[in-house]
Structure formats: C-alpha cells, structure tokens
Design a protein around this ligand. Structure first.
Ligand SMILES: Nc1ncnc2c1ncn2[C@@H]1O[C@H](COP(=O)(O)OP(=O)(O)OP(=O)(O)O)[C@@H](O)[C@H]1O
Length: 762
C-alpha cells in the first residue's frame, strides 16, 4: 500500500468512528422524542384540566416537530469538519446534536459556529487550517476530501491523511433525478452571503443561469426559519415560483432540510379560489401587467357607483317614488368620500338612499291623498298634508327597513351601487369595450384586453382580481365582531399559556417561548391548523418573509399583489433580468422595485454557473450578446462531456435522436424544449412524461428554472420568433443542460447559433 492509500484508509476509519457515534446520538434523540411523545399522548384526555391539556399540546407539538426534523436528517447527517490551528475539530451537519454530557458535538449548518465551513478561502481562511468534506452512503463514510489552508499549521499525522477531490465537482457530476436536492454540504462563499443575509429589507439576488439562485434562496428560507423561528413561525414564509412544475421540482429541498412550514405558490394561485395557468398573448400581457391597470380597476369600481340620468323613479304599489337627480349625485359622492372599500361604502349609500326613498314615498302618498281628490266636507281634512316633514328618525328607519324588503327598491339600489365580487367586476370589465374605453388612461392599449365574459382566468388576471378585492372589500363586520370576541378569548388563553410555559420550564427554549404563539396555536377555531395552512387560505395574510423566484417574470401589477402580502417588505427577490421571457416582465430590477421600495433594496450577484458546461455556455453567450447585450454571462465551473451540436432533420426523426441521447446519459434526465406553438406536435412523437420520467417535452416557459442532463432544443427559429423576448427564451433553453445540448432545426439555423453550424449534421 502506498502512503497515500494508507492515509486515506486511516482517515476513513477515523471519520467512520465519529460518524457512527453521531448516528448513535441521532438514534438516541429520536428514541427520546418518541418515548416522550407516546407518554404525552397517553395522558388522560377529557379528564385533564384546561391547563394540563394546553401543557400536553405544547409538549406534543415540540416533540413531533423534533421527531420530524430528526427523521429528515438521516441522509448525510454529517458532511463536514473544520480544523483550527489549535488542533480543535468541529463537525458540521444537517442538525445540531449534543453528547451525553450536553456538549455540542455536531453543529447545525445554519448556526453561526458553522459559518467558517462555508466562508473560509485560501486567501482568507479565518483561522482554519483545513476544511474536510465527508461523503456518506447511508451511514458509511465512502469518501473524504480536504482543502488545506495552512499546511504548516497541521500536525505531521494530519498531513499524511490529506485526501480527496473537490467536493463541489463531485456533487455537480451526479446525474439529475428530476428533482432539486439540497446542497448544504457544498454551499459556496458567495451563496453563503445570500443565505445568511439579514431578514430585514429587500435583497435582490441577480445571477445568470445555473448560479444557484434558487438553491440559495431555499437554503435562505431554512436559515431564516432557524434563526428567526419565533417571528417566522407566526407570520409564515411564502415562496412564489413561476409555475406548478417548478414548485414540484424544488418541493423536496426544504423538507430535506427539516422545514415543512413554508407556503409555496405561483402568481396564478395567489387569489384564493382561482387557479390560473393560461397565459395571455404578449400584447395583452403587457397591458394587463402595466401598473396603470390599477387606475383601470379603480375606474371600473367607480363606474359601478352610479347616479341615474335624471331623477330616480321607483314604482311601488301604484305609487311613484321620485328622488331628484341632484340628491342621487349628492348621496353617491358622500358615500365615495368616506373612502371605504366599495362593498362597505355601499352600506352607507343604501342607508341614505332608503331614507330618501322613504321621504319620496311620503310625498307620493301625500299627492295621492290630496284633499281636492277627496269628496268630503270635513274642514280639518282640507288642511294641507305634510307627511314628509312629519317623519322623524324612527319613522325613517322603520320605513327604510320595510322598503329594503321590496324587490323593486332592491333592484334600483343594486343598479346604482351593486354589491360586487372581484370576479364579477373583472370579468365584466374585460368583456365591455365601453367600460374599458371610459376608464383607461390615455395611451393604454385597452383594446388588447377585450374578451368574452366567461373566458378562462389567465395568470395576468390574478393581480387584477387581487386589486379589485382590495377596492371592493368584503363586508366583514360579522367577522370583526367574531374577531373581537376571539381577541378576548385569546387574552385569556395567553394567560394560561404563560402559566404553562413557566410551569413546564419550556419558556426560553425556542419556538414555544412566546405565550402569544402558543396561545394562537391553541385557539379553538384554528386547532390543528398550522400557520402555513391559515396563511395559504387567507388573501390578506401578512407574511414575515416572501421569496420570489424567477422574479424577472412578474409584471408591475403582480408586484403590487406580492408587496401587499409582505407589509414589512422583508423580501428575497431572485432572478435574472437576462432571462425575462414574459413580455410584461422586468427589464431591470430598479424599474420594478423602485416604485415600492425606492432605493431601499440591495443586490447580491452570483457569478459562477454550476450547471452549464463551458462548451454549452459559449453558445449561450452568443445568444446573450445578441439579445441582452448589457448582460455578462456567468462563468462555468464544469467541462462538458460532449460538444454541443446542431442537427438538421425533420421532426419525425426526433424519437431516434432522443433514444440515442438517452443512451449517452444513462440514468439521467432529458428535456425536449419547444416553441409554445409546437408543443402538442412534438409531444405526440415522444413518450409522455413528467419531471421524474426519463424524457419530458416542455415549452421554454415551463422549463424555466429546471435542468436536465441532456437537452434537445427543437426549432430555435420558432423560439426566437414566438414573442418580443424570444431571444431571452432561446438563452433560457440552451442553458438548461448539465451535460449535453443538441439543437434540432428543419430550416436554416438562426445566425445567432452559427457556432453550432460548423458541427451541424444534416
Ligand atoms: N453550492 C452548490 N453545491 C452543489 N450544487 C450546486 C451549488 N450551487 C448550485 N448548485 C447546483 O447548480 C444547479 C443550478 O442551481 P439553481 O437551479 O439554483 O440555479 P439558478 O441560478 O436558479 O438557475 P436559473 O437561473 O437557470 O434558474 C442546481 O443543480 C444546483 O443544485
């Protein structure tokens, strides 16, 4: 055996002993949590006092969370070790563990003590002499790799045990599974800066394709929940992604990090009750996403607060109730002036109008009873009647109530100031050229918006629905009364909760050290519902932090909606303005964020591409230079196994080509990326597949944020021509591959891909 092999064998042996011991501690911790949980649940149910029940719930909640977390960290429990100059070693893992003497023996990757593992560099080692990555298969240590910062600072024995190849490259070389995995073991320094940035304020993470923006943002969510548990458990964290497929692609990262309490959604699902997936054409998308649409929606609401052309006339039981035009206008203006949402202001309007109708009724009655019409001789009946001025407040109220029961009156009121839902308002607005014409500000191409009243909801409609909901409001007076009562109960529960925290000694131990958090969890109405459940169902929920991925795709109107969800403006905005595909998306971050945040946002840039090999990135850079000349492509860390190529052939040849590519990548995944208009045609030629299948056919929009071992881009000219941002779409398409890229074309290859022409096969 050579010295080097000797050193490796010894190092593996040493690390195996440590790792086995750590797994032993993990098993012990699990067992303790299980025993406690069983014990807690076996305590008598109905016979317990209220305090004992709350206490039981506290402990059960703590233990089941702990158990879920301990179960989530089985794979790759410990992945790193750092040695300092004083001979101390610290092990880093997915979770923190203590030994029997309560000494911390495994540091949670999110804890401040783990930071040196991620930030040490050769030029700035921060006191470390070595960083070691451990590769585990199950519970076995199968590999080690070392980065030495100070060879002189290491002992003779340690020097002999230096081993390994770069951990990052090993991680990157693994075949894709169709799902994103976590990267706790190999987070890079520039990503670590993003992950551990302060919770306050808005952070923009700008970076080219494959720079780890998504993965860093998800690790940031886990880090923030660990570091600010009390605030974020209570208010929740929201992740907004571009589409459902993307959410499925990233869906396993946070659970693998032990976090399950994050709400994930798309713009199309942010209005409860609507799931919009359809997209508008580019022209309609631009208009719908324009921030001036806020004025259009506001105008549409005002249009529904009418005064009649002349006087208001309601026929009731043979009487004509007349309210003068000027009175109608005055009532409408007064109701508008209170600046309440439409449906709430309606109450005021209805009250006032009913009083006017009651007076009108008195006048009509008086006219109908006019003495001249009566054939009587009684002198007191010849006195002129003045029913209207005889009405006092009580009479008016009683008369109003009676009139409100009359269908004719209700119809008249509904015509002038109807109760509206966001869906009715928006669908009727978009179906009415007259309404659009009258409320659109000059220069807005409103004609692009016109469509049938029963058209399917598009993603671009959702911010309009949200805007409408803000302006219409719900009549929530009943809910507010209930909330006031609930508030009183909550105060009572908080008192209990404090007593419980004190008596159980849990106070100060983390998540349950806030009586209000605890009390809220045990509110009778929300029992069993987590913050995430409640937040996801509530349009007006204010999140503690919001992460927006592929954020360049959001329109100004979509940003208005997102900003409403996070009043504290604690945001992570992740994206690449060079990849904007939506016609209504962002050209620059300042353009979309300044209106909400002025200059109160900061930007971190990620510059290294961990996905796309150098050879493919050269092709992508040509596309970028042509269509987004101001943008720098990121630098690739990997080399590809094959030169990217172009193949001229009819589409009927695709199945053969796909089979050949699949044979090249073995266990990996292949993505066939097509122009929007050719999806059905290509999908028919190939086996149907979802993310986990070996082959999936996707439009470029759907492939955003995803990656595959091999990518076949079909009809690049079609992709370029499909929208004003077709160039960006092609850039996205060619940067999805981790290993192999083939471009299939029937006609001429677009000049921007001329680099491939030399290798073109016909
Ligand atoms: N530190 C890392 N260690 C291991 N793998 C990494 C690391 N950083 C990124 N990767 C991998 O690189 C790939 C690209 O990452 P990610 O999808 O987060 O990039 P992105 O910047 O969001 O790309 P895009 O803009 O194309 O959506 C993923 O497979 C991710 O797991």
């Amino acid at each position: 055996m050579t010295n080097r092999q000797d050193g490796l064998a010894q190092a593996l042996d040493t690390e195996q002993r440590t790792v086995s011991w750590l797994y032993g501690l993990l098993d012990d911790a699990r067992q303790r949590a299980q025993v406690t949980l069983r014990e807690v649940y076996s305590r008598g149910g109905g016979s317990l006092t209220r305090q004992a029940r709350v206490e039981r719930e506290v402990l059960a909640g703590e233990q089941s969370r702990r158990l879920a977390q301990l179960n989530a960290v089985e794979r790759g429990l410990c992945f790193g070790r750092v040695d300092d100059g004083a001979g101390r070693s610290t092990y880093i893992g997915r979770v923190g563990l203590r030994d029997q003497a309560h000494e911390s023996v495994l540091i949670d990757w999110r804890a401040p003590a783990a930071r040196p593992f991620y930030v040490a560099t050769a030029t700035d080692p921060g006191g470390l002499v070595r960083r070691r990555h451990l590769h585990l298969k199950g519970r076995l240590v199968v590999g080690i790799d070392d980065e030495v910062f100070d060879l002189e600072g290491m002992s003779e024995g340690d020097r002999g045990s230096l081993v390994g190849e770069a951990a990052l490259l090993a991680a990157l070389r693994r075949g894709r599974t169709g799902r994103m995995g976590d990267v706790v073991a190999t987070i890079q320094t520039e990503q670590d800066r993003v992950i551990r940035a302060s919770l306050q304020g808005a952070l923009v993470v700008q970076g080219g394709p494959g720079t780890g923006k998504t993965v860093a943002a998800l690790h940031r969510a886990a880090y923030l929940l660990y570091t600010h548990r009390a605030t974020l458990e209570r208010r929740g964290v929201l992740v907004v992604g571009p589409n459902a497929m993307f959410l499925r692609y990233i869906g396993q990262v946070l659970p693998a990090l032990g976090e399950t309490q994050v709400v994930m959604t798309t713009v199309g699902e942010m209005f409860p009750g609507v799931v919009a997936v359809a997209a508008d054409g580019p022209a309609a998308a631009v208009v719908k996403g324009d921030s001036r649409m806020a004025e259009v929606v506001a105008g549409a609401v005002e249009l529904r607060q009418r005064a009649p052309e002349g006087e208001l006339v309601v026929e009731l039981d043979g009487l004509r109730l007349r309210v003068p035009h000027t009175t109608c206008v005055r009532l409408r203006d007064r109701a508008r002036a209170v600046r309440l949402p439409h449906n709430m202001a309606r109450k005021l309007y209805v009250t006032e109008l009913l009083k006017e109708l009651a007076k009108a009724e008195a006048r009509a009655l008086e006219e109908s009873l006019h003495i001249e019409d009566l054939d009587v001789d009684e002198p007191e009946l010849t006195e002129p009647l003045d029913l209207e001025s005889d009405l006092d407040e009580l009479d008016l109220e009683l008369a109003s109530r009676r009139l409100w029961g009359e269908p004719e009156v209700r119809r008249a009121v509904d015509d002038l100031w109807p109760e509206l839902t966001p869906r009715t308002l928006v669908s009727e607005l978009l179906a009415s050229p007259e309404a659009l014409w009258s409320v659109a500000p000059p220069g807005l191409a409103w004609k692009e918006l016109v469509r049938p009243v029963d058209a399917e909801w598009t993603v671009g409609d959702v911010p309009l629905l949200d805007e409408a909901a803000e302006l219409l409001g719900e009549d929530d007076s009943a809910r507010r009364v209930a909330a006031r009562q609930a508030g009183e109960e909550l105060a009572e529960r908080e008192l209990y909760a404090w007593e419980v925290l004190e008596s159980t000694g849990v106070a100060g131990a983390g998540i349950f050290d806030r009586a209000d958090v605890l009390a809220e969890r045990h509110a009778d109405d929300g029992a069993g519902l987590t913050t995430a459940d409640r937040a996801a169902a509530d349009r007006t929920w204010a999140y503690g932090h919001v992460i927006v991925d592929e954020a360049q795709e959001l329109s100004p109107m979509a940003w208005r909606m997102v900003m409403r969800r996070v009043p504290a403006k604690s945001l992570t905005v992740v994206g690449d303005v060079a990849q904007t595909g939506s016609a209504a998306g962002a050209g620059s971050w300042a353009e979309v964020l300044d209106p909400f945040l002025k200059d109160r946002w900061r930007e971190e840039r990620l510059l290294v591409n961990y996905r796309t090999p150098v050879e493919i990135m050269r092709v992508a850079s040509d596309v970028l230079a042509a269509y987004a000349p101001g943008q720098e492509p990121p630098e690739s860390v990997r080399e590809g196994e094959a030169e990217p190529r172009a193949v001229r052939m009819p589409l009927s040849g695709l199945p053969g080509l796909v089979d050949a590519e699949l044979a090249e990548i073995g266990e990996g995944r292949l993505g066939v990326l097509v122009p929007d208009g050719r999806h059905a045609e290509v999908a028919r030629l190939l086996p149907e597949g979802d993310l986990d299948a070996p082959v999936v056919v996707l439009t470029v929009g759907r492939a955003k944020g995803l990656e595959f071992d091999a990518v076949v881009v079909v009809d690049p000219a079609g992709i370029l021509g499909q929208s004003p941002r077709g160039g960006q779409d092609l850039y996205v398409a060619v940067t999805r591959a981790t290993r192999r890229l083939t471009v299939v074309h029937e006609g001429d290859l677009p000049p921007v891909l001329s680099r491939l022409a030399e290798k073109s096969t016909t």
